[in-house]
Design a protein around this ligand. Structure first.
Ligand code: NAD
Length: 415
């Protein structure tokens, strides 16, 4: 099987969008190229006393609309092309939501599951030592992503503050509340996703009360997606999975208890009262809504024919490959695209920046009110374009986002 490359997938979406918007080839070429890339290595003293060197990246994809912004991943299979693709998605996501930001992404090739707390801290601080010259509250603002969270963000903010000699909360988002974090950032991606899915379900004629849902991935995004799906939308979460496999209970899983089970055992598997299933079986379940919330390229040409959901909501970045998308479209399955569906994290990260730069703190209700308005109105703009032009939601989202980026490039005299 040929390796699926996220950057190639995203460039494919840009090709389609360039055609839809009748963009000049020179403009299309800029959109398909990262503006800056930084490859570096991080020497870390391990607990054994030996030094191990880790490979790391930061890609600043496009800053036409403002300082770049995007998460940092810790993953053993990280590649520069995945980071390029994710950085591009951030640029389109921020533009779709009219945030005054460009897109970036970073990563370290490592397996955080086998690192001690001390090693993880030294690695996180080492990343910031490497990128301190190219990030900053007005240039490039990192955030959490796969296998990174508030604790890592706090170390990173602290390291940057030490280097520049002053406490600089605004350099990073997704921090704990005690050091400039925003209310509502922890579940913002999933919450924003449900605000969008609620509208998409209504347009598709699906009543969310009691609708069945399967969630692939039970990390930050997936766990909150499962909890909030029940609480906000009244859905029945029948299956979830993590990297070790999944569980199914057709009457609905008790997600809070499942969280405790995962905390205790390290996996969702063997949850009392549920049946163990594989990730492939989860994707093929007869549910109303399938939520990929793990990694990119999980729904492929091989497994797409088995997908039976009515809506695939991309809470993860790039979970549906181009070939799979064609299969799902043929089957009449609605895909709610990543740059629309999972932008809640980026939106609340932006709110965190605004609060940090203005030395303010908004309460949870204020953050939620703004997020809901932003997600709902952007969904409607995308849906309206899709209806008007007979586009998929992805095509419509890309045309709005890319048009916003191109307008900024034109205004700045780049093209
Ligand atoms: P995370 O590290 O907290 O969780 C990832 C989860 O995926 C874990 O439960 C892991 O076990 C599971 N997983 C890994 N490989 C899997 C596989 N092959 N099958 C099933 N499960 C698997 O990461 P996260 O922050 O929740 O991010 C998940 C996705 O959401 C990523 O695509 C990320 O880019 C995207 N995203 C995250 C944020 C954010 O704010 N954290 C924002 C927008 C988008």
């Amino acid at each position: 099987m040929t390796e699926i490359n996220l950057f190639e997938t995203v460039k494919g979406h840009i090709c389609q969008c360039a055609y839809d918007l009748r963009l000049a080839p020179d403009v299309e070429a800029i959109l398909k190229t990262p503006m800056r890339e930084f490859n570096f290595s991080i020497p870390v003293r391990m607990d054994t006393g030996r030094i191990r060197t880790f490979q790391a990246f930061r890609v600043q994809y496009n800053d036409a609309r403002g300082p770049t912004k995007g998460g940092i991943r810790f993953h053993p299979d990280e590649t520069i092309d995945t980071i390029r693709g994710l950085a591009a998605l951030m640029a389109w996501k921020c533009a779709l939501f009219s945030l005054p930001l460009g897109g970036a992404k970073g990563g370290i090739v490592c397996n955080p599951k086998v690192l001690s707390e001390g090693e993880l801290e030294r690695l996180s601080r080492g990343y910031i030592m490497g990128v301190s010259r190219i990030i900053g509250p007005h240039t490039d603002i990192p955030a959490p992503d796969v296998y990174t969270g508030p604790k890592v963000m706090a170390w990173m903010m602290d390291e940057y503050s030490r280097i520049v000699g002053r406490t600089t909360f605004g350099v990073i988002t997704g921090k704990p509340l005690s050091v400039g974090g925003s209310e509502g950032r922890d579940d913002a991606t999933a919450r924003g996703g449900w605000y969008v899915v609620a509208e998409a379900a209504e347009d598709a004629g699906i009543d969310l009360r009691g609708a069945t849902v399967a969630v692939q991935g039970f990390g930050n995004v997936g766990t909150h997606a499962a909890v909030l799906g029940q609480y906000l939308a009244g859905v029945r979460v029948v299956a979830v999975s993590d990297s070790k496999g999944g569980v199914l209970n057709r009457n609905g899983l008790e997600v809070r208890r499942l969280e405790e089970h995962k905390e205790r055992t390290g996996s969702v598997r063997d949850f009392p009262g549920a049946e163990n299933i594989t990730n492939e079986e989860l994707l093929a379940l007869d549910v109303d809504i399938l939520i990929p919330a793990a990694l990119e390229n999980t729904i492929t040409a091989e497994n797409a024919p088995q997908v039976r959901a009515k809506i695939v909501a991309e809470f993860a970045n790039g979970p549906v490959t181009t070939d799979a998308e064609a299969v799902l479209k043929e089957k009449g399955i609605v895909i709610v695209p990543d740059i629309l569906c999972n932008a809640g994290g980026a939106v609340v990260s932006y709110y965190e920046m605004v609060q940090n730069l203005s030395m303010d703190h908004w309460n949870a209700a204020e953050v939620d009110r703004r997020l809901k308005t932003m997600m709902t109105s952007t969904y409607h703009a995308v849906h309206e374009t899709a209806q008007k032009k007979n586009f998929t939601l992805r095509q419509a989202a890309y045309t709005i986002a890319v048009r916003n980026v191109v307008e900024a490039m034109v205004a700045r005299g780049w093209v």
